[in-house]
Design a protein around this ligand. Structure first.
Ligand SMILES: CC(C)(COP(=O)(O)OP(=O)(O)OC[C@H]1O[C@@H](n2cnc3c(N)ncnc32)[C@H](O)[C@@H]1OP(=O)(O)O)[C@@H](O)C(=O)NCCC(=O)NCCS
Length: 146
């Protein structure tokens, strides 16, 4: 598996996975805008030269917030998401960012299990945080270097 930063030429492949994974998929323009921001990290994982998954995260001075993580339906349960989280952790370490945070739909068992396996802990619940459908968010964080 190859992991590297996503570039402009990869955006259409990111958008394809986005559409297949999320009801509120980001547009090509939205992905492009996040790529243009210098506090955003976009990492992609390639299997057999095909983009299999990506993570999009925002960095501030101390924190990293995961905005998106998705793996193509044909590439799941192969450790792609864990590898992306590991690489994101390495980026955070280099930039001396101390904590990774995220929120996840409470019904998303695959994602909650993934984050738990990586070492995230649950910090709380935000009631009715999501819409379409309305659902609670589980707030999770991972302290880097712990
Ligand atoms: C969640 C998601 C990113 C996981 O990607 P993945 O590459 O298949 O995950 P990995 O292979 O790295 O799995 C690592 C661990 O996560 C957990 N996990 C992953 N998919 C799971 C599933 N369907 N059910 C239960 N646990 C799951 C397991 O603990 C797994 O370890 P194991 O395979 O040894 O049991 C993927 O299912 C996905 O893209 N879902 C749709 C988008 C999404 O919901 N993103 C998260 C939004 S917060």
């Amino acid at each position: 598996m190859d992991v590297r930063m996503i570039e402009k030429r990869d955006i259409e492949q990111v958008h394809e996975i986005e559409k297949n994974c999320f009801s509120d998929a980001w547009s090509i323009t939205g992905i492009q805008e996040s790529l243009d921001q210098n506090h955003t990290v976009l990492l992609g994982a390639w299997l057999d030269r095909k983009l299999s998954g990506y993570v999009i995260a925002y960095l501030s001075i101390d924190d990293c917030e995961i905005a998106r993580i998705a793996v193509d339906g044909t590439c799941r349960r192969k450790g792609v998401a864990l590898k992306l989280l590991e690489e994101l952790k390495n980026v955070c370490l280099k930039r001396q960012v101390e904590r990774i945070m995220l929120d996840v739909r409470s019904s998303n068992e695959a994602a909650v299990s993934l984050y738990g396996k990586f070492g995230f802990t649950q910090d709380g619940i935000r009631k009715n945080f999501y819409v379409r459908p309305t659902e609670d968010a589980v707030l999770m964080s991972f302290i880097i270097g712990k």
